[in-house]
Design a protein around this ligand. Structure first.
Ligand SMILES: Cc1cc2nc3c(=O)[nH]c(=O)nc-3n(C[C@H](O)[C@H](O)[C@H](O)COP(=O)(O)O)c2cc1C
Length: 337
């Protein structure tokens, strides 16, 4: 096994522990819908379908980026991909860096021939290798879009992480111009705020996955892996660094109405999905909540998607929202906004 795939296995094991999840605090709990005791519709009338990247998907729920599929990740990705195909929801791959570097076959299209699949590479790989590598990542899985993740805090805490972030924006701009598919920029748990979003929009980015604070904490996970007491002491004050997902969504929506948003980072159930949609997101993504089911079986992932969708439908029913457009204007209670 390589260093990268060893690291990936560590990440998967540590991400399963509640110790590395948002400190139990989620700002989503402060977002309260006005209860509608007179919904004037039947639960069966509710439609959760939405258009995403030119395809109709069953719900605004993306299986969040976790593994590019090498070693143990391949079985996890098989379960995720088969469930995405079965349930008609999109799936984001984790970083394909290791698979591309090792020349491994990427199997996701065997399991999900028609699902919306999102490729994934880190910003510093794009910075180093340019749009050609990005196109290779897309072509290797016939992806519908490329996700580029921004993870400067994780790289700082990670032993031998990438410390030179010069010219990343230029590389993103190049990908937006040169790639055959749309580019989605995401964080991994510290969030993307309005100042960065403005730069990304100007570089040609039309989709941002906020991946804010409140869910999986990469600072916490990398601290647990770092054997240097000195580096852990330096990292300590940054454990809660970042911006909350629920606060970021309205700020980004206000920035530019044409910007499309994926709400993520601490989305833990279908009510959080509904909250993200109400706060301005078109789609949502959940990573860690799918990890346990994915380590089990395809059926377990299908069941998880079904529960999340049912929770979303309940939230829509209890706000009298027949479709996702109506959910975007469902009243919130004054004191909680
Ligand atoms: C085990 C695991 C591995 C991850 N690997 C990647 C990755 O390779 N690329 C990426 O963009 N994000 C990666 N992420 C970050 C997630 O996509 C997501 O942005 C973050 O975990 C916040 O979402 P959550 O709170 O729902 O987990 C990973 C998350 C987990 C839990």
């Amino acid at each position: 096994m390589t260093d990268i795939s060893d690291r990936k296995d560590d990440h998967i094991a540590l991400a399963m522990s509640p110790d590395h999840q948002g400190g139990g605090v989620s700002s989503f709990n402060q977002i309260c819908f006005e209860h509608n005791p007179l919904p004037e519709l039947a639960l069966d009338d509710i439609c959760t379908q939405i258009q995403f990247l030119g395809s109709t998907v069953a719900a605004p729920i993306i299986i969040g980026a976790m593994t590019g599929g090498c070693d143990n990740g391949d079985l996890i990705n098989q379960h995720l991909a088969e469930a995405a195909e079965h349930c008609h929801i999109p799936m984001a791959l984790g970083s394909q860096r290791a698979s591309l570097e090792l020349g491994l076959e990427q199997n996701v299209r065997k399991w999900a021939p028609t699902a919306v699949i999102l490729s994934n590479l880190g910003a510093t790989q794009i910075q180093e290798h340019g749009a050609d590598l990005a196109q290779q990542a897309v072509d290797s899985v016939n992806a519908n879009a490329l996700m580029i993740h921004l993870n400067p805090l994780q790289e700082l805490i990670q032993p031998n992480g990438d410390r030179d972030w010069n010219k990343v924006l230029e590389a993103i701009h190049q990908c937006c111009n040169d790639l055959s598919v749309p580019v989605i920029i995401k964080e991994v748990g510290s969030g993307i705020g309005p100042t960065t979003a403005r730069k990304l929009i100007d570089a040609g980015v039309s989709w941002i996955e906020v991946a804010g604070r409140g869910g999986t904490s990469w600072a916490s996970i990398e601290m647990a892996r770092n054997e240097s007491a000195r580096e852990r002491e330096i990292a300590q004050p940054f454990l809660n660094w970042g911006m909350d997902t629920a606060a970021l969504l309205p700020a980004l929506k206000q920035l530019d109405a044409s910007l499309k948003l994926i709400g993520s980072g601490g989305v833990r159930h279908g009510l959080d999905v509904a909250r993200c949609i109400r706060l301005g997101a078109q789609m949502t993504a959940l990573a860690q909540p799918f990890l346990g089911p994915a380590m089990d079986s395809t059926e377990a992932v299908v069941e998880k998607i079904s529960i999340l969708t049912e929770q979303l439908r309940w939230a829509m029913f209890l706000t009298g929202s027949k479709n996702l457009d109506q959910l975007t204007i469902a009243p919130l209670t004054d004191e909680q906004i």
